[in-house]
Ligand binder design. Sequence first.
Ligand code: SAH
Length: 242
Amino acid sequence: MIADTPDAAAGNVDQAELAKFGALAHRWWDPESEMFGPLHRMNPLRLAHIDRIAGGLAGKRVIDVGCGGGILAESMAAKGAKVTGIDLGEKSLKVARLHLLESGVAVDYRLVSAEDAAVAEPGTYDVVTCMEMLEHVPDPASTVRACAGLAKPGGTVVFSTINRNPKSFLFAIVGAEYVLRLLPRGTHEYAKFITPSELAAHCRAAGLAMTDVTGLGYNPLTRVFALDADAGVNYFLAARRD
Ligand code: SAH
């Protein structure tokens, strides 16, 4: 069991980033929320993708790193996985725990950093997910190492983040935050975006072998997300622990 350890906030965490999500935490489960609506709309797709990559989530031990209000964590639990959700955002975790009362799903939420969780529970999880978080931490390589440490040998780790190139600047910042207003301005910082090859290098250094890169495209006219081969903007990277 991982204990709540708020002191871990001294480590690989940007308090301004946590505050950004904390300020809107009451809206985690509002599908019309500017900040979190896109996560709700992409969730069925990423759930199916993770389920496929993991060879079925049912019965698996899963940890969702940077779980926020629990959009993905709850949906994985509803598929029959035994899910732990960790985040350093206190308000977000409060909302996540409260929402369990409404949904009747079981998720074990903990206020702990990925790094401390990896020390407390090394090699424990069949599946580790870390969605839309790497681009908000000061040291993404450290988060990747922690995710690798949480996985059982042979276990699956799935990340999602945003690529860094002129197209992602145009789509993820100018398009999403300024033109379409899909996300509040300032949600993302271009310099913190991570290319698939940088993420693959972090994985290799952490003893993870990359198995898949899949893009997540968005059609602004239909407001529909779709998995595709183009990892130019949003993408998933999956890896297996050696
Ligand atoms: N993974 C969730 C939420 C993504 S939003 C989803 O995709 O639905 C990013 C989340 O990362 C927020 O909940 C924020 O509190 C969390 N976060 C940011 N920096 C963190 C850190 N250093 N440690 C743990 N969580 C962090």
